[in-house]
Every structure is written in structure tokens, then in C-alpha cells.
Design a protein around this ligand. Sequence first.
Ligand code: DCP
Ligand code: CA
Ligand code: CA
Length: 419
Amino acid sequence: MDYGKERVVALVDMDCFYVQVEQRLNPALKNTPCVVAQYKTWKGGGIIAVSYEARAYGVTRNMWADDAKKLCPDLQVARVRESRGKADLTHYRDASVEVIEVMSRFAVIERASIDEAYMDLTSAVQQRLKSLTDQQIDPQLLKTTHVQGYPEPPPHHEESAPDAATDKEEQRSKGLQQWLCSVSGVDGCAELQLAVGAVIVEEMRAAVEEHTGFRCSAGISHNKVLAKLACGLNKPNRQTILPLDSIPELFNSLPISKIRNLGGKLGASITEMLEVENMGELTRFSQAQLEQHFGDKTGQWLYDLCRGIDFEPVKPRQLPKSIGCSKNFPGKTSLVTRDQVQHWLYQLALELQERLTKDREMNGRVAKQLTVGIRQLGDKKPSSFSRCCALARYDATKISSDSFAIIKSLNTAGNHQAA
Ligand code: DCP
Ligand code: CA
Ligand code: CA
């Protein structure tokens, strides 16, 4: 097996997930420009999910609903439910469980967030390949599949004009057939495994839509980083194969921040220290150079990654690792008295108690540790302080008094004061 092509890994991500959940609850929202917004107190609420119809008007996440309506007067706004004075995401979590259950029928999956999961399809693909005697894949089984880098651009630039005019579906099908020809019939061809993986993912996505009504997109490649990247290339309701030979061309103009785990500090420090913008530029550095700058482990990882290689395994895990809730109090709503802090800690603890109890019943497991994080006025990070303690009982009163004891040490006012 070729180096870096040993596995078939897919990432499935739901399209505008909270919007689809709201559309299923209220079919009048289907096929319309619509958004999900949180809280109404300020400028119509903050947008957290946007339908593709609304995206066409330039509406994006983090806009205020009132501002979005200026871009799109017909915009419909669904509201996140509230309970105990804070956002209640129960609907979306329950919908996520539905989706994950359907996906698990096809492969061992790693839940990566509320609306996405990785899967290692290597053994499922090998099973199917045994029964595929002619090593050919029918393009009819890949009706929503794009292959990144295909069709290959014609060698002469003057011939590219008529191609550019053809529509997206024509390009997709031409590219798919071209790529299938190049991988079919070659015994032991690693890329043929991607094609079989894509057939399985087409079936999985159709099953998800049939059983939940929700649509999703997917990426199919040889590792988690590439699968995640591929998934975003042809959203919504499409899947994309990313073969290793399309990497150099793609990485040539791909900003480093677009890669999983490089969106934050590490990505910024790479750009700064090496003076590079695109992923492909990293191939100019030797492994020793990268190790010198970023340490042995990260250096080695980057050396492989800029060549499209990554060995992180898909971990079998369907359940979230932790259960948590939080609430922000921006600007003037900032909490200033002890009573306020205790009130909200208790509200959060009530939600936690409810969700922990449900989790224990459904999944037969018990949480042992409580982590408390807080953010103070002026902090940039979502949590500037966090400490943990033992969690002995699922009891909101106990959880909130333990939490209060933990964060008390940060208080600069005297203990006898209400401030
Ligand atoms: N979400 C949120 N706040 C964020 C990011 C996401 O509340 N800052 C919620 C709303 C989204 C869901 O999580 O619907 C999934 O997030 P995604 O980033 O996957 O975005 P969408 O599914 O909404 O859209 P896309 O089709 O681009 O994946
Ligand atoms: Ca999504
Ligand atoms: Ca997602």
C-alpha cells in the first residue's frame, strides 16, 4: 500500500444544522432564506445558523438579526428556546443523537461535534472490494460526488474557455468519470478504495436523510485532516473525494488557517515565523527546520501534513466526553453582586443536573469531576480561569455551592460585602 494512502477516512457534517432542525419543526421555513437567532434583547438577537438561501444574500453567522433583515427583507428568524433564562439546545442535541445513530449503522464513528463525525471506512471498503471482481465503480452510485482536481484542466489555455462555461453538474460528472477511469481496473490501486468509500458514504447520507429528514455533506480521503477539508469544498448536500495527487494544486493557494488545528495560535505562529501564507509553501522546509521551529513532534507532523499526510486515528466514540453549560453576560449585563453570581450558578447547575441525569439513564455512565470556568470583564479568552473538584452527587444545590467556593478566591472585594 502506498505511503499515506493506507486508510479511507470520511467526515460527515450536517448542512446549516440548527436551521434544518428548526425547518423540520416548522415546515413553513423550508426552502426559504432563514436563520436561527439567540436572544431577542439586542438588535433582534445574534445569528448562529444560516440557511443556504439566506447566505446568497450575504447573511452570515454572528450578525444581528436586525442587520441581516436589511440585507434580506424576507428573512425568517427562528429562535433558540430558552429555559431558566438561558439558551436551551436540547432540540439540537436530540437531533444530533438521531443522526449519529443512523451513521453508526454503517461504520464505527467518532463524534467530533454536535453536527459532525469522522469514520474509518478502511475495513468496510476492503470487504466490498472483494466482491467487486472487475474493480470498476459505476458513476451512477456516486450521484452527488465531486472529485477535487478533476476534470483536469486542458493543457492549452486557449481551450479552457468553453469548459468554463459549462455548468457545475456537467463539470462534476465529467471530473468523476475522468478520475474513475484513472483508478479503475488497477489492482490494488489505493485511490480505488476512496471510490468505494464514497459509495458507502452516498448510502449513509441517503439513509440519514431518509430517517431524519436532514441533509449533510461529506469529505472522503485518506485521513482526518483531508476528509474535513474535502467536506467543505462542495457544500451543501454534496460529497467530495480528495485524492492525494490533487493535494499540491489545492495546497498551492490554501491559507494555512483553513487546515484543521491550524486555525488558531499554531497557524498564526507558522505564518509569522516562516513568512508563509499557504499550506503548500511549507514543503520548502526540511523536516529538521520545522522541528527546530516547532519542536520534534509538531515539526514532524507539519512536514507530513503539508504533503497531505496525517496519521491521527479515528477514535471510536459516539458520546461527548463532557457535559457542560455556560452563559455570557456581556457589557452592562455583567454580574456584579454575590447574589447574582449565586443565582446564575444555580441556574447552570440545574441544567447540568438535568442533563447529567438523562445521560446516566441513557448511557449508563457517571461523571466524576466538575470543572468551573469563568470569564471576567476585559478577558479575551472564553475562560480565563478554571479549576476542578470532585463531583460526588448530581445535585444542583451542591454543584452550585461547590462552584461558588471555587471561584470565590478570585473575588477582590471583601467577603462580607455584597459586591
Ligand atoms: N453553532 C453555534 N455557534 C457557533 C458555531 C456553530 O451555535 N459559533 C451551531 C449552529 C450550527 C451548528 O452549531 O448550525 C453546526 O455548526 P457548523 O459550523 O457546522 O455550521 P452549520 O451546520 O450551521 O453550517 P454548514 O452548512 O456551513 O456546516
Ligand atoms: Ca455543519
Ligand atoms: Ca460542523
